[in-house]
Write a protein that binds this ligand. Structure first.
Ligand code: SF4
Length: 324
């Protein structure tokens, strides 16, 4: 289970009347029965943070917290350990200059690194996630050995999604690979980058697992053309998300409401007509275009339908980073 920090600016706006958490204790209590098979992202009001963590850890085998690391000091790390947190997912978008610029203040990078030191000292697994944009391709590669030296368990590189602050208008031109300065790499550029990261990871040869995430999941350890299902989109199959206002949605990139847990039970929402309807968006039988005849469409599932929609205004045209 993932406990995701609320970020009202990116995906969900909290209205004046509707600004508090959707009683996460009630949700977690009901979720106990699903906990071995379902991953849930839930945003928690910071005033209840540790209380909810404890409550979750008592009921669910694996609790992961997502953070930018800025507030994690030795004391907080010890508290996280005490409350039963298994792993911290920390977002770092490159080395110092880029990360500080991207986060808008000097010191953000050093705080994140210090957080990793404190957490690993407590024996908490650290998983770093970097969002790949055109501007930070080199910076992320430079970050890899740094994270390895700090004992991060996983460094996951995820290409930027054309959603939220990364508005489609800035991205549409770059899909063909012509525009420079846009956020997204073109599919061809992305393929070269994946290969480069693979080479860099081999040179580092550490215990840190480096993964780069085309949603269609290349198994680049063995053969680029052999696919693994590791990164297949699991929205509404084994994962979903509850927003700060109680709306149940497939994922934060796909905020299509299936129901409201303040009004209906989770089980009712999960099996509702509305959920069934939305689930069809994730059905690989509906894939179109180049995906229709793709040999690995079953394993891939066509990547992220939310990204496809943001760029092509259709859900089933395949992953926007696919170079096939
Ligand atoms: S063509 Fe479509 S189904 Fe095939 S790998 Fe690319 S995104 Fe996946």
């Amino acid at each position: 289970m993932l406990l995701r920090e609320a970020n009202k600016n990116l995906f969900f706006e909290r209205s004046r009347e509707d600004k508090f958490h959707p009683k996460p204790k009630i949700v977690l209590d009901k979720l106990e029965q699903y906990s071995s098979s379902v991953g849930l992202n839930i945003a928690i009001d910071e005033r209840m943070f540790f209380e909810i963590l404890r409550f979750a850890a008592e009921r669910i085998p694996r609790v992961t917290v997502t953070s930018n690391g800025s507030l994690i000091d030795k004391k907080i790390s010890q508290r996280l350990k005490k409350e039963g947190v298994s792993a911290l997912k920390i977002s770092i978008d490159g080395t110092e200059d880029f990360h500080d610029k991207n986060r808008g203040y000097k010191g953000a990078y050093q705080k994140a690194l210090q957080a990793i030191r404190y957490l690993t000292a407590e024996g908490i697994e650290v998983r770093v996630q970097s969002t790949l944009m055109r501007e930070n391709t080199g910076s992320i590669v430079e970050l890899m050995p740094v994270l390895s030296g700090l004992g991060a368990r996983v460094h996951s590189i995820v290409p930027v999604s054309p959603i939220g602050r990364a508005r489609p208008q800035r991205l549409r031109r770059s899909v063909g690979g012509q525009a420079s300065g846009d956020l997204m790499l073109s599919p061809k550029e992305y393929k070269d980058y994946v290969l480069g990261v693979n080479r860099a990871a081999k040179e580092i040869n550490s215990k840190t697992v480096f993964e780069i995430r085309p949603v269609f999941g290349l198994d680049f350890k063995n053969n680029l053309e052999v696919l693994s299902t590791k990164y297949k989109c699991e929205a509404l199959k084994t994962t979903f998300e509850i927003t700060p206002t109680g709306k149940v949605v497939p994922c934060s990139f796909f905020p299509m409401e299936m129901g409201d847990i303040r009004i209906s039970g989770l089980q009712d929402i999960w099996v509702s007509d509305r959920a069934h309807q939305i689930r069809r968006v994730f059905d690989d039988k509906l894939l179109e275009g180049k995906c229709r005849d793709c040999q690995i469409r079953k394993e891939c599932g066509g990547g992220c339908p939310a990204n496809s929609y943001a760029i092509y205004k259709k859900h089933h045209l395949g992953d926007v980073y696919c170079w096939k």
